[in-house]
Design a protein around this ligand. Structure first.
Ligand code: PEP
Ligand code: MN
Length: 337
């Protein structure tokens, strides 16, 4: 249920309302908006609860939350959530540009990528230290060594680090080195992992599972939010269809759809979404035109020799060119990079 507080509500009244929610066995989540504060009461509902909440101090009205996802829902929070992590801002009119290689390979490679994407206008550096690979014989990432190299790249450029955490037991380590925890598409429904990142203070970039519906995607985000972490970015990265001309099918209608359903910012990944370098620039532009709050793009100084995903990776010049064009599209839709 959504407990909408009166405009002049005091902190004491909010605390008293929270106590009423807890006394009825519900979990309270306080959401401070510009216009109003809301206490979302999450848990099994019983007869008479609505009336009890209505009598709590400072309460203006009590409404049901109709969506199956609660804290993620626009019904609970009308204003868009803006996620900030060091140099990266995503949402509220600012488009975050996360760029870098699929995987961290060595110091020279990650520093070249970091300096190159920064000069081109990226606002965060991506790079996988733990790689989820389809084959157990493919490069699995440098693991902690890769995290250390990412931290060096942050030191050298000031760019926030976005990197994937594959397993629950690695969450603490990856959070120590990075600024944003990426949950990969394969792990979107790894609920223990979602709970674990929900307990950290690091913002989370949650990628859509290739066969996940929008409802499943938003419920996965709900796990992180319910764990106490409000800083979740949703990432459309393409889905599995019958089509083979692209690696995945990138459905950009999900951007305005999600914006209607949730206050969380939406990032698009045109690299995995298409699987071909030559398709990436157009889909970057299209994503921004569709209203995306951020992009995550694979960039390498020498894509032909990348350890993973080189065939969908931009080189530094291609990336610099696309950022120039992205700025124009962003301006046309009243956003800035
Ligand atoms: C990646 O970002 O390199 C990655 C593995 O992405 P996804 O989880 O979307 O496949
Ligand atoms: Mn990749």
């Amino acid at each position: 249920m959504i407990i909408v507080m009166r405009q002049q509500v005091t902190p004491t009244e909010i605390q008293e309302t929270v106590a009423v929610v807890e006394s009825l066995g519900m979990k309270p989540h306080i959401l401070h908006g510009v216009e109003r504060t809301v206490v979302a009461a999450i848990g099994p509902e019983r007869d008479g609860m609505k009336e009890t909440f209505e009598q709590a101090p400072g309460v203006a009205e009590v409404l049901p939350i109709l969506a199956p996802y609660k804290i993620a829902s626009r019904e609970v929070k009308r204003e868009p959530t803006v996620v900030k992590a060091g140099s990266l801002t995503v949402g509220g009119g600012t488009i975050g540009i996360i760029a870098g290689p699929c995987s961290v390979e060595n110091e020279d490679q990650i520093l070249k990528a970091a300096h190159g994407v920064k000069a081109a206008g990226a606002t965060a550096l991506r790079g996988g230290a733990y790689k989820p690979r389809t084959s157990p014989y493919s490069f699995q990432g440098l693991k902690e060594e890769g995290l250390k190299l990412l931290a060096k790249a942050r030191e050298a450029t000031g760019l926030a680090i976005v990197t994937e955490v594959l397993a629950t037991e690695d969450v603490g380590l990856v959070a120590d080195y990075s600024d944003v925890l990426q949950i990969g598409a394969r792990n979107m429904q790894n609920y223990r992992l979602l709970e674990a990142v929900g307990k950290t203070k690091r913002p989370v970039l949650l990628k859509r599972g290739p066969s996940a519906t929008m409802e499943e995607f938003l419920l996965a985000a709900e796990y992180v939010l319910d764990g106490g972490n409000p800083n979740v970015m949703l990432c459309e990265r393409g889905i599995r269809t019958f089509e083979t001309h692209t690696r995945f099918t990138l459905p950009l209608a999900t951007v305005p759809y999600l914006q209607a359903k949730t206050h969380l910012p939406i990032v698009v990944d045109p690299s995995h979404g298409t699987g071909h370098t030559y398709l990436v620039p157009s889909m970057c532009l299209a994503s921004i035109a569709a209203g995306a709050d951020g992009l995550i793009v694979e960039v390498h100084h020498d894509p032909a020799h990348a350890a993973s995903d080189g065939y969908q990776t931009l080189n530094l010049q291609q990336f610099a060119d696309v950022v120039v064009r992205c700025r124009k599209v962003a301006a046309a839709v009243d956003r800035k990079i």
